[in-house]
Structure formats: structure tokens, C-alpha cells
Design a protein around this ligand. Structure first.
Ligand SMILES: Cc1ncc(COP(=O)(O)O)c(C=O)c1O
Length: 402
């Protein structure tokens, strides 16, 4: 593909963030997910500069980040829409973000489709069979004046994702249409293509993916108005090559004369806050074990799914500092253990243990397993004040059951 000269650079200015070591953690009621306004603003500032410089529309994937009390800031930085993967998320996009609603789900039901159509500005189908099934409704809505972009999700059969759980282009994937299943004769009424094959990736992966997309689906691009590059563009991670992303998007837009949409989730919430927990007990069974008022399976399930080891403020790996502890949760699941950490002092009941980077893919995935106390949702404001925006109690736990 044609890219602009490698030398072209697009400097991005970022605001300062609130120093984490100046936050009085002991004063924050535990447990709590704490979003840091200054860190979110830094991410939003970067994303909006990339949006302006690249000409792509960057929308937020609710599956990764849908903390709606923060949406006024998203609007302030020019985030004009969201991608919803369900009717509930589409309703949230309409009611809370109040921007464009893009919808993609692996399959739509007859029961929900009419309402989704009403809400959607863009709607992508995962298969031609679903497109054929719902096309009459789309065409009827368009005839009645509804403006809705229709896309087909393609599967480029190329991904650089190491974990099978997160690889949408792996063998037997149900996500997107492969080239051999692509039905050009059914493209009437379709104005966009959608692909999503990245997961926490840099722009070089996107560039290589686009080469495959162009090779396999390039013949259909001239008839498209837009291409959605999905999510997984971790542009707010330190070291991400934003210059390259901007060059790649600009070149693609110019070459194919299409609008480009990016729909990251993680990039919005990346590094924007913490899960504050406190020690309930310390027991000994071959190792020192600290029991915390949070649960890995109920409150940070990606730690088990991915899996990964979250950072804890002020702690090191086992053996690095004087006192080692296994950190465990409050459910009775035997595996509700986060990992082994070391601290420079002996942990005491009541003291705070703060997990880093716990905003994206946490609140959206939590459960009330075992009925354990669900963490509050709070905001650390950049003027140095803490606000609890949501507390959970018996009513919320009960409302999920019957
Ligand atoms: C279709 C689609 N778009 C966007 C995203 C958001 O990806 P990320 O949060 O990695 O940026 C996902 C994540 O699974 C997805 O499946």
C-alpha cells in the first residue's frame, strides 16, 4: 500500500497527570474502582489529536469502556460516537453519550433488530445470511427516510494475536466473512466494510493487516464509503507509534477515497485508574496470604482470562522487597488468587492495596459472584477531590436474580 514518507512526524502534546503517590488512598472507601480524571483527559487529548491529524473518526467501544459518568469529557474532546455490541449498549450510546451509534454484533435476533435499526447510524452484519434476513427491514427504514450505513464484517484471516481467546481470525472463527465466503452479488445496499483483528497492538500490525485486507478485499473497496478498522489500536500505551497510525490512515483514506473509522475500547481507559482494595485478614499456609475485599474472578476477570499479572502500587515481584504475600480475594473460589507480591513492610488489616490500570474491561465485566461487595465506582478529580459516583448494595445484587 502507499504510505506517506516515513519521515513525516505528527507531534502530539499531552497534559500532565495527577501524581499517584499524592493521592491519600486511605481516605478512599474500599473497595472502589477509581477513575483518574487527569489520566483520562490525557488519553482523550491524544485520541482527539490522532483523530484530527489522521482524519479518521475515532469512536469508543463500549465493551471495553462504558463509564458513562465520564462521557461529558469524551464529548468535550470530540468523541462523536460509540460502537455498541448489543441493544443495551446501543441504548446507552443514545441516552448517555448522545452521539453516533455504530452497532456490530456476531448475530442479531428478530426480537431486537427493529429497535437496533431505530437506534443505529451504522450497522454491520457478521454474515451475508444475516444481511439477507434483515435487508428488507433496512430497505424499508431507508425508504422511510432513515439514514443508516450498512457494513459487512470481513475476516482477513490474518492476525498477530498470541492468545486464542482474543484472536478473531483464528481457525474456525465465527467472526466475519472470509474471502472464500464473500458474496459480491449481495453487496447492493452495503456501503462499508468492517474488520477487527487487533488486540492491544501497535500501528505496524495495522499496516500489515491492511496489506492483507487490500490484497483479498481490495476489489470491493472502490464501491465502499467507509471502512471500519475495528479496535485493538492501543494508541495511548507508551511507545505506541502514533505517527505511523496517522500516516497509515491518511494513506488509506487517500488511496481508496473512503472514511476510516477506528473503534478502540482499551485505548480510552488504558492506565486511567485503579482498583482500591483493603486487607481483611492475613493467614499463613506455607506462605503469607493476604485476603483482600476484592475478588479476581468477580472484579478483575481478565487477570484470569488473559491471563496477566496486574501491577500493585508500591509492591514488587515476590522476593524483591522484604515481605512476600499471596494476594487473594473474598470469594470461596479456590483460584481467587491474584499472584504473589512483595512489600517493604508487613501488611496490616485495613491497609489499602491498590491495583493499577483497572478501568478498561473491568467494570464492564464484573459480577456479583458469591454476593461479595461490589466495588464503588469513583472519580479522582484533577483538583484533588474524590467523588463516589456509584455504590452497590443488596438491591443491585438481588436485581440480577429472581
Ligand atoms: C468488533 C470490536 N470492535 C472493537 C473492539 C475493541 O477492542 P479494544 O478494546 O481492544 O480496542 C472489540 C473488542 O473485542 C471488538 O470485538
Amino acid at each position: 500500500m502507499t504510505t506517506l514518507p516515513q519521515a513525516q512526524a505528527f507531534p502530539i502534546q499531552l497534559p500532565e497527570v495527577y501524581p499517584a503517590d499524592q493521592i491519600p488512598w486511605d481516605t478512599i472507601p474500599s473497595p472502589a474502582f477509581v477513575l483518574d480524571e487527569s489520566r483520562l483527559r490525557r488519553n482523550l487529548s491524544l485520541i482527539s489529536q490522532v483523530q484530527d491529524l489522521s482524519g479518521a473518526q475515532i469512536i469508543v467501544a463500549f465493551k471495553g469502556f462504558s463509564m458513562f459518568s465520564a462521557f461529558p469529557w469524551l464529548r468535550e474532546y470530540g468523541i462523536s460516537g460509540a460502537t455498541a455490541s448489543s441493544l443495551n449498549e446501543a441504548l446507552l450510546a443514545k441516552q448517555e453519550l448522545r452521539g453516533e451509534v455504530h452497532v456490530y454484533a456476531p448475530a442479531y435476533s428478530d426480537a431486537e433488530f427493529p429497535q437496533l435499526m431505530e437506534l443505529a447510524d451504522h450497522l454491520s452484519f457478521n454474515s451475508f445470511s444475516q444481511w439477507e434476513r434483515f435487508k428488507p427491514q433496512v430497505m424499508a427504514a431507508r425508504a422511510a427516510g432513515k439514514q443508516v450505513g450498512i457494513g459487512i464484517r470481513i475476516n482477513p484471516e490474518y492476525a498477530e494475536v498470541e492468545t486464542d481467546l482474543y484472536n478473531p481470525a483464528g481457525p474456525f472463527s465465527r467472526l466475519g466473512v472470509t474471502r472464500s465466503n464473500f458474496r459480491p452479488e449481495l453487496l447492493d445496499g452495503v456501503d462499508g466494510l468492517h474488520f477487527h483483528t487487533l488486540c492491544e497492538k501497535d500501528a505496524d500490525t495495522l499496516e500489515r493487516t491492511l496489506e492483507v485486507v487490500e490484497r483479498n478485499f481490495g476489489e470491493f473497496l472502490p464501491q465502499m464509503q467507509w471502512v471500519n478498522f475495528g479496535g485493538g489500536h492501543l494508541m495511548t500505551r507508551e511507545g505506541y507509534d502514533t505517527d505511523r497510525l496517522i500516516r497509515v490512515v491518511r494513506a488509506f483514506r487517500e488511496k481508496w477515497q473512503v472514511e476510516v473509522i477506528l473503534e478502540p475500547g482499551s485505548a480510552f481507559g488504558w492506565g486511567t485508574g485503579w482498583l482500591v482494595s483493603s486487607v481483611l485478614d492475613v493467614v499463613e499456609n506455607g506462605k503469607q496470604i493476604a485476603l483482600l475485599d476484592v475478588s479476581v474472578s468477580a472484579h478483575m476477570p481478565d487477570v484470569l482470562e488473559m491471563p496477566y499479572r496486574p501491577n500493585v502500587l508500591g509492591a514488587g515481584r515476590a522476593g524483591e522487597l522484604a515481605h512476600d504475600y499471596l494476594l487473594g480475594g473474598t470469594t470461596c473460589l479456590a483460584g481467587d488468587v491474584i499472584d504473589e507480591y512483595s512489600f517493604d513492610h508487613a501488611l496490616t488489616v485495613g491497609e489499602r492495596v491498590v491495583f493499577d490500570d483497572m478501568i478498561h474491561y473491568t467494570m464492564v465485566k464484573t459480577t456479583f459472584f458469591n454476593g461479595v461487595k461490589h466495588p464503588d465506582i469513583g472519580i479522582w478529580h484533577q483538583k484533588g477531590e474524590y467523588q463516589i459516583v456509584r455504590e452497590f448494595g443488596y438491591d443491585q445484587f438481588r436485581a440480577k436474580l429472581s
